[in-house]
Design a protein around this ligand. Structure first.
Ligand code: G3H
Ligand code: 13P
Ligand code: NA
Ligand code: ZN
Length: 305
């Protein structure tokens, strides 16, 4: 069934587990995520970026709405990193049940003003809103210099921002970053900062850039001919620790892409004669489903639907 983001996330924050927001771009991704959610009995958010909507168009939005409605678990259709009021309104008009307005790269005043506009429109229509303050990027342990302090989320600013905007959940910068290259070795996550933000903000918190980029997936990708540099992701322990402190929504895109394409490469490399796309995309979809299910177990959302 389709539900708002808050229906899923307020319960998660209250009960201390996390729920995955998985980025989807095509039919196979949507099927993998929803089948995993049903098998794991987990609530789930399907995240569509503006890029996903451009790529998949009406076919993709129709698919997520129909499939989300039919699912036997709570499903939220979420706009990931909405760049403008117009973009958020368009998503709401199309039936999304959650939107993110990301003005975190603007000055605080602009971020507050634009977030507030989206909140007013979205709440009037029963849609939940995610906002962000701070800038995602790697941090180093013990050397939280003032420059890093300036781009990571400040707890007191977070409290004021949430009170001023009325947003429902907040994306925080605490050491994670998007993509497959999150640092050398194990990226440092500022748990002290997560705890301080959570003490100041009662709303669900959001961890972007949370992919774990498992070494075994990186190896599979490489063995199948893929080229990838010093890939590193967020350690599963850091995700669980963050959830204990107040993170309720965990975004994952990179792990899904990596797993999907690693298997596509394996199949293509293993049989030069194959030209039935289903024989290539089918196994990739199966691998993605496994990855999503494992994330649901890790986050503690399995069995909560
Ligand atoms: O945070 C960004 C997500 O990974 C979506 O990426 O804009 O390439 O669809 P995208
Ligand atoms: P990853 O690149 O770590 O998967 O993060 C995805 C994300 O934050 C989407 O908003
Ligand atoms: Na940001
Ligand atoms: Zn993100």
């Amino acid at each position: 069934m389709l539900v708002t983001g808050m229906e899923i996330l307020s319960k998660a924050r209250k009960e201390g587990y996390g729920v995955g927001a998985f980025n989807v771009n095509n039919m196979e991704f949507v099927q993998a995520v929803l089948e995993a959610a049903e098998e794991a009995r987990s609530p789930v958010l399907l995240a569509l970026s503006e890029g996903a909507m451009k790529y998949g168009g009406k076919a993709l939005t129709t698919l997520v709405k129909e499939m989300g409605r039919d699912a036997r678990v709570p499903v939220c259709i979420h706009l990931d990193h909405g760049s403008s009021y117009e973009s958020c309104l368009k998503a709401i008009q199309m039936g999304f049940t959650s939107v993110m307005i990301d003005k975190s790269h603007e000055d605080t005043e602009t971020n507050i003003r634009e977030t507030k506009r989206v909140v007013e429109a979205a709440h009037a229509l029963g849609v939940s809103v995610e906002a962000e303050i701070g800038r995602l990027g790697g941090v180093e342990e013990h050397v939280v210099v003032s420059a890093e302090d300036a781009f990571l989320t400040n707890p007191e600013e977070a409290r004021m921002f949430m009170e001023a905007t009325g947003a429902d959940y907040l994306a925080v910068a605490i050491g994670t970053s998007h993509g497959a290259y999150k640092g050398k070795g194990r990226p440092f996550i500022d748990h002290e900062r997560i705890r301080a933000i959570a003490a100041a903000v009662p709303n669900p918190l959001v961890m972007h850039g949370a992919s774990s980029v498992p070494q075994q997936l990186v190896e599979r990708f490489r063995s199948a001919g893929g080229e990838i540099g010093e890939a590193a992701g967020i350690h599963p322990e850091d995700i669980q620790k963050g959830i204990k402190a107040g993170i309720a929504k965990i975004n994952t895109d990179t792990d899904l892409r990596l797993g999907f394409v690693a298997v596509m490469r394996e199949v293509l490399g293993g049989s030069a004669k194959e030209f039935d796309p289903r024989k290539i995309l089918g196994p990739a979809r199966e691998e993605m489903k496994k990855i999503v299910k494992a994330r649901m177990e890790l986050f503690g959302s399995a069995g909560k639907a």
